[in-house]
Design a protein around this ligand. Structure first.
Ligand code: THU
Length: 136
């Protein structure tokens, strides 16, 4: 079921702008609305300003008017499937239920699938901002 997403992620990976790390990453997600959105990492000479592939795919989803992630795949040319960074786990969790599957893949065909809840247990969510008696 994720093959189409992995293919889409690999295709956009070729467009990654990663001259500093030379580590090209592609991500593709299927929205609950049924569309595929893709993103790649885009680095910057001021290194922290770079953006991850997952963030790009999420931005594309929101810009297209879709709202939620049904599944997501990430691919890189690595010796083992590369997991989303901590920040991207939180970004994915903003738009995905805990049981949404994240498929991590390598260009040589290895895959590892985990759920959002497995990748980000105990995540911060809006409920943590509840204040007894109401927020002030
Ligand atoms: N990167 C991603 O785009 N997604 C990940 O899941 C892991 C890391 C990017 C960020 C940076 O451009 C490069 O990979 C090396 O960290």
């Amino acid at each position: 079921m994720s093959d189409k997403l992995i293919d889409a992620a690999n295709a956009v990976r070729a467009r990654a702008y990663a001259p500093y790390s030379d580590f090209q990453v592609g991500a593709a997600l299927r929205s609950v609305e049924g569309h595929v959105h893709v993103g790649c990492n885009v680095e910057n000479v001021a290194y922290p300003e770079g953006t991850c592939a997952e963030a790009g795919a999420i931005a594309a989803m929101i810009a297209a008017g879709d709202t939620r992630i049904a599944e997501i795949a990430v691919i890189a040319n690595a010796s083992a499937p590369v997991p989303p960074c901590g920040g991207c786990r939180q970004k994915i969790a903003e738009f995905a239920a805990g049981d949404v599957v994240v498929t991590m893949a390598t260009t040589s065909g290895a895959t590892l699938s985990m759920t959002v809840a497995q990748l980000l247990p105990g995540r911060f969510d809006a409920g943590h901002m509840d204040v007894a008696g109401g927020a002030t």
